[in-house]
Design a protein around this ligand. Structure first.
Ligand code: NAD
Length: 485
């Protein structure tokens, strides 16, 4: 695919214009391993410039009529929809995911993010209370926080960024965005769409480069009042430490080691088909992907046999070939990390039931970061493979006997993002869901997402929740005014 417009070089977008630089990082095409992009390698001065611009634009944008802000966001959604195919192809090219997936999941969700927040914020949530004995009444009002810093990861690049951007903008904040250095392309395209939609200069500023360099400068700037971060637990720790003395508002959406619990009384065929998606969609690079499967002993053998059979049928390869279910992993570093875990499994004599089958790739993809889906069995619950987030197409399967045992073992993780439960017994589903230490439980389904419900993890999987109400609250301060008559 040729790059849309002039996107071979990605420059920062500050105060509505592109700023040239003399320092660039290489951007790799995960499906070929070749450099196809140059991405500005921002540092301290670029961070300051972007924050200056956002700070200047804040007064005007925060006072702009919410109906106008809503119209602009809706326009952004329409313009992306007009270019859905182009955005989807760019996301696939940059991230390695199949183009069909970007076209049916990532980009439609981007459009939905803008539309839902543009309209939800028009419905007022303020309260008024009358105190008869004091002859006073109090009312609440919501106000933007200031300059918001939005830091996003590489797995669902534009989708996760806009899940922060839309609520931040509609509530009147101005923003500095720092997308992952591994996936800058669609974030860059979004800047031009925002200009076309009439978003005033300075309201959105996009800074590219590494997290360690420009990301940490942005986080530690005292003018940043609020940080919404999605990424790894290790990076969140750095952000938390850098923010602690400045009382920044923080939302942290982090990693997971999500369990599926499969009971003998489940609908096995539905479970198997959903399990394939939940383990291997987007190459297993979704924070919600299942990586530990606990199967009740009576159906363990059958489950494993069928799961391996179906997994072996998964096609991996060219992201532009719609018959491939999986594309390439995002980067060489990530490819190394995932394949190191497979090596560790072999070293620890853990059974690798599939994943070694030959990949037949055309010449241009020979150096791409492709990994077939792997199923492991025979590991202990405390092994690294059961405890650490691999974030790729590697899943551990183990058996259990009873409810109490499996709840304890599923909760034996420092993470707590989500879990799936498979049983036709509704009482059992409720009983177990209550006891799982996670933010979301899906029963007999996976990743069925309604933005009206809170989303986020517990334990090392995060602090705070995202969702229509939760995000609108996070990006605003609530003020109470009390008047005595
Ligand atoms: P990462 O933590 O390495 O990077 C995330 C972002 O933080 C990137 O933009 C990066 O440049 C930036 N960053 C890195 N160091 C920084 C620093 N010191 N200061 C400021 N910014 C910094 O994570 P990743 O590898 O891009 O993403 C994968 C992780 O994200 C996985 O752990 C995955 O589970 C998690 N994730 C969580 C959710 C969720 O909603 N809970 C969703 C998607 C991904």
């Amino acid at each position: 695919m040729s790059l849309p417009g002039n996107y071979a070089i990605i420059d920062n977008f500050v105060n509505g214009v592109r700023l040239k630089s003399d320092k660039y990082l290489d951007g790799f095409n995960p499906a070929t391993g070749e450099v196809f992009l140059k991405i500005v390698d921002s540092g301290l001065s670029e961070a300051k410039e972007a924050i200056n611009s956002a700070e200047k634009a804040f007064d005007s944008w925060s006072k702009t009529d919410i109906n106008l802000r809503s119209k602009i966001l809706l326009k952004i959604a329409d313009l992306i929809e007009d270019r859905l195919d182009e955005f989807a192809r760019a996301e696939s090219l940059d991230q390695g995911k199949p183009a069909w997936l970007a076209k049916t999941l990532d980009i439609p969700r981007v459009i939905h993010n803008f539309r839902i927040f543009a309209t939800a914020a028009l419905h007022k949530r303020d309260r008024c209370h009358y105190m008869e004995n004091q002859s006073a009444f109090s009312y609440t009002s919501k106000h933007p926080v200031g300059v918001a810093l939005l830091i996003s990861p590489w797995n669902l690049p534009l989708y996760l960024l806009t899940f922060k951007l839309a609520p931040a903008l509609i509530t009147g904040n101005t923003v500095v965005c720092k997308p992952s250095e591994f996936t800058s392309l669609t974030a860059s395209m979004l800047c031009d769409v925002c200009n076309l939609a009439g978003l005033p200069p300075g309201v959105l500023n996009m800074v590219f480069g590494t997290g360690q360099k420009v990301g940490s400068h942005l986080v530690s700037d005292p003018r940043i009042k609020i940080v919404s971060f999605t990424g790894s637990t290790a990076t969140a720790e750095k952000i938390r430490l850098a923010s602690v003395t400045q009382n920044k508002k923080l939302s942290l959406e982090l990693g997971g080691k999500n369990a599926a619990i499969v009971f003998e009384d489940c609908n096995l065929e539905k479970c198997l088909m959903t399990m394939l998606r939940s383990c291997f969609l987007n190459q297993g690079e979704i924070c919600l992907c299942i990586s530990r499967i606990f199967v009740q002993s009576g159906i363990y053998e059958t489950f494993v046999k069928r799961f391996v059979e179906e997994t072996k049928k998964i096609k991996v390869g060219d992201p532009n070939d719609d018959s491939n279910f999986m594309g390439a992993l995002v980067s060489k570093e990530h490819y190394q990390k995932v394949t190191d875990y497979v090596q560790l499994a072999r070293k620890e004599k853990i059974s690798v039931l599939c994943g070694d089958e030959q990949l037949t790739l055309p010449g241009s993809h020979i150096n791409g970061y492709f990994v077939r889906p792997h199923i492991l069995t025979g590991m202990k619950d405390d092994s690294q493979l059961m405890q650490e987030e691999i974030f790729g197409p590697v899943v551990c399967v183990t058996s259990f006997d009873d409810e109490l045992e499996v709840i304890k073992r599923a909760n034996n993780s420092s993470y707590g993002l989500c879990a799936t439960l498979w049983s036709e017994n509704i009482h059992k589903v409720h009983r177990i869901a209550r006891q799982l230490q996670v933010g979301t439980v899906w029963a007999n389904c996976w990743m069925v997402r309604d933005l009206h419900v809170p989303f986020g993890g517990v334990k090392n999987s995060g602090v705070g929740k995202e969702g229509v109400v939760q995000s609108l609250n996070f990006f605003t301060e609530t003020k109470t005014t009390c008047i005595q008559m």
